[in-house]
Write a protein that binds this ligand. Structure first.
Ligand SMILES: NC(=O)c1ccc[n+]([C@@H]2O[C@H](COP(=O)([O-])OP(=O)(O)OC[C@H]3O[C@@H](n4cnc5c(N)ncnc54)[C@H](OP(=O)(O)O)[C@@H]3O)[C@@H](O)[C@H]2O)c1
Ligand SMILES: [Zn+2]
Length: 327
């Protein structure tokens, strides 16, 4: 039996263990991917903490997957062997990649054909991987926000999602404000295109935004109830706070803050393959690129810890070295 290296969560709470598994066979409607890169998203916490009714262990996480089609399962049309594709959070067939089915922290992975996105030659696999979740989520949130060219948009939290959101916002013609803790990320945030940087350790972000007339939209990527609550008052009248951050922490926002100026708050989640393709096309056209720290598959735990420390600049991505397989 042909074997592969993979990284698994064997029980709730982790850790991420390097294991040898049989290379899976694609069933009807599926393809086998030879994985080339997989981004490490904060969303992996859902698999580690097991907060999903269809989640069971062991589970291979990873939902920013780029790979090359190696085998076609029965009935798959429109895709060819050798084509490079991406798989995001919504893996097709109602499955969630790396959660209800095994994901991309592995040398090989099976994926549903209806969950596949085309990857253009302009991007390497490592460059493309973060666009499959961090990219599509922030791109979709901003594209569907009420902000229009020239409006002020603030991005809270500069990590994997936040650093792409800053670039999307700048490229869309928004006056872009980056909000982070401390001064460490200031120069990089400005390099990424932010017009203004707010250090929440020195300044009250709501007061600064309000002083500038208020943000039409605030995109919250920091998974902290306190941090999100702290910025809400920085919305302009009629403005909206969109959270993509997945935190179970409560918010502390008075209803008065909503009714004064008819401000609102809502959430946004990833997207499907077509949305990933749109995000990738826009990124290639505008030069939006993830800043990446590369790790080998075997170092998945270190890559994950680095991401969780909020010190990564800005997305950690796993790469795979495949052994020769005589199959
Ligand atoms: N809605 C969706 O479909 C979707 C998709 C992907 C991810 N997510 C969620 O989006 C969030 C961000 O994911 P990510 O991969 O970008 O994570 P990440 O790389 O870890 O970035 C999160 C950033 O949030 C800030 N932060 C973290 N803890 C904080 C705290 N206690 N107080 C204030 N700021 C804090 C940090 O930035 P600073 O140091 O700059 O403050 C950190 O870099 C996660 O909750 C993830 O689960 C949601
Ligand atoms: Zn994700």
């Amino acid at each position: 039996m042909a074997m592969m290296k993979a990284v698994q969560i064997t029980k709730r709470g982790g850790p991420l263990e390097v294991v040898e598994l049989a290379i899976p066979d694609p069933k009807s409607g599926q393809v086998l991917l030879r994985v080339e890169a997989c981004g490490v998203c904060h969303g992996e916490m859902v698999a580690i903490e097991g907060h999903h009714p269809q989640m069971h262990y062991p589970r291979v996480p990873g939902h920013e997957v780029i790979g090359v089609i190696e085998k076609l399962g029965e009935g798959v049309t429109g895709w060819s062997i050798g084509e490079r594709v991406g798989v995001g959070w919504n893996g097709g067939h109602g499955e969630v990649t790396g959660l209800t089915m095994d994901g991309g922290y592995a040398e090989y992975m099976v994926a549903y054909a209806d969950g596949l996105a085309h990857i253009p030659a302009e991007l390497s696999s490592v460059e493309a991987a973060p666009l499959l979740c961090a990219g599509v989520t922030t791109f979709g949130a901003l594209k569907n926000s009420i902000a229009r060219m020239g409006d002020m948009v603030a991005v809270l939290g500069i990590g994997g999602l936040g650093h792409l959101a800053i670039q999307f916002a700048k490229n869309a013609g928004f006056y872009t404000v980056a909000i982070s803790r401390g001064s460490e990320k200031k120069s990089l945030a400005l390099q990424l295109g932010a017009h203004l940087y707010i250090d929440t350790e020195k300044e009250d972000p709501a007061a600064v935004l309000k002083g500038l007339g208020g943000a039409k939209a605030i995109l919250a990527t920091a998974p902290s109830g306190d941090a999100i609550s702290e910025v809400f008052g920085g919305l302009a009248p009629g403005g909206e706070l969109i959270t993509v951050a997945g935190t179970g922490e409560p918010l502390h926002i008075s209803p008065v803050h909503f009714l004064n100026g008819k401000r609102s708050m809502r959430g946004w989640t990833a997207g499907v393959a077509k949305d990933s393709e749109e995000t990738i096309r826009y990124s290639v056209l505008t030069g939006v690129q993830s800043m990446i720290e590369e790790y080998s598959l075997e170092d998945a735990q270190a890559a994950f810890d680095r991401m969780m420390s909020a010190k990564a600049k800005f997305r950690t991505v796993l790469t795979m070295t495949h052994r020769d397989q005589t199959r």
